[in-house]
Design a protein around this ligand. Structure first.
Ligand SMILES: NC(=O)c1ccc[n+]([C@@H]2O[C@H](COP(=O)([O-])OP(=O)(O)OC[C@H]3O[C@@H](n4cnc5c(N)ncnc54)[C@H](OP(=O)(O)O)[C@@H]3O)[C@@H](O)[C@H]2O)c1
Length: 310
């Protein structure tokens, strides 16, 4: 699979990765099975999808633990592990960016993942008190000690990214961005490009809405996680489904699924370093893996780009 460099680091990642919040993330999602999660990770690695995006808060260590169990059967040097921390379990999951907290969080993640280095470590969320450059300074020390290879931050506003990058230590940013959530194009992405900082978007499939499996007639009940979410409320919901309808001819031409076509769009987007669609089932990973073989024409890329500007 095509590889891409994380900023100015020695980390080369495949462009298609795997989001693992449904691997062990029982605290975030219902009806998850650890066995399915393990199969999701194994299937990804067997397909050459060797960038795994996890976090402490996905199951309070369970996602990292399951991935750690799988890693033993693979060549560690060929796998890019990205994890995140900031939630303090001893303080009701309050966000903590204190240098000693982050340093301990990295050591704990290394244990759960059964490895001695992380390829990417992100501060998962900014806290309100720690000076951002101080938090990132702690990660720089961990990088110099060989415990992490790339310094990441996630869910930071543009001003917070600038503050965090005061010493030029930030290698990569992970933030919400998708064809239906384009705010980053206006402020964040130009700054990252100008400062040679890599970018990985989360929610690339808008939590499954951009897979083409939702129907206009679908009604969401109060107990459904989609209930009340802006993308799942009309008129926006109907607009997004209409945009998906508009790209069906492209999917037809390539005999591909909507998901594969949209993942191909992210893979060809020059502002995006790698794309990490999540998966609940190994079958989803197998299907999504086929997106790396697709090459959209410039016109098709533009058409998709415009179709979702709703
Ligand atoms: N840094 C952060 O704060 C942050 C926040 C959120 C997420 N993330 C990371 O970003 C990753 C991606 O986000 P996400 O997983 O929440 O959302 P996503 O990638 O937008 O959507 C993934 C979901 O879409 C569905 N799906 C995927 N492939 C499919 C297919 N081929 N056919 C049908 N349905 C399919 C699955 O859900 P169902 O089958 O359940 O519908 C899957 O869990 C996460 O896994 C996580 O690693 C980071």
């Amino acid at each position: 699979m095509e590889k891409t460099q994380i900023a100015n680091t020695s980390v080369f990642t495949p462009k298609l990765g795997l989001g693992t919040n449904k691997v062990g993330g029982h605290n975030l999602f219902n009806n998850l099975s650890d066995e399915d999660g393990i199969q999701v990770v194994k299937t990804a690695l067997n397909q050459g999808i060797t960038l795994l995006d996890t976090a402490y808060v996905y199951g309070l260590g369970q996602s990292e633990t399951l991935i750690g169990q799988v890693l033993g059967n693979y060549d560690r040097s060929k796998i890019i592990i990205a994890t995140k921390a900031a939630h303090d379990v001893k303080a009701n999951l309050a966000i903590n960016n204190a240098p000693n907290f982050l340093t301990r969080a990295v050591d704990d993640a290394l244990q759960r993942l059964q490895t001695d280095y992380l390829d990417i470590f992100y501060i998962h969320f900014p806290d309100e008190t720690t000076p951002k450059a101080e938090a990132v300074g702690a990660l720089q020390k961990l990088k110099e000690a060989g415990k992490i290879r790339a310094i990441g931050i996630s869910n930071f506003s543009l001003d917070q990214v600038k503050e965090a990058n005061a010493d030029g230590y930030v290698d990569i940013v992970e933030d919400a961005y998708s064809l239906v959530e384009r705010q980053a194009e206006i402020d964040l992405l130009p700054y990252l490009q100008a400062n040679q900082i890599s970018f990985i978007p989360y929610f690339p499939l808008a939590s499954g809405l951009l897979t083409g499996k939702y129907k206009i007639t679908q009604e969401f009940k109060k107990e459904d996680w989609q209930y009340g979410r802006p993308n799942f409320q009309n008129p926006r919901y109907a607009q997004i489904l209409a945009a998906i309808d508009n790209i069906k001819p492209i999917a037809g031409k390539y005999e591909a699924t909507i998901t594969q076509i949209l993942l191909a769009w992210y893979l060809q987007n020059p502002a995006i370093t790698a794309v990490i669609p999540g998966a609940r089932l190994a079958s989803q990973v197998l299907s999504n893996a086929k997106s790396v073989r697709l090459k959209l024409t410039r016109e098709e890329y533009q058409l998709i780009d415009q179709a979702f500007k709703c």
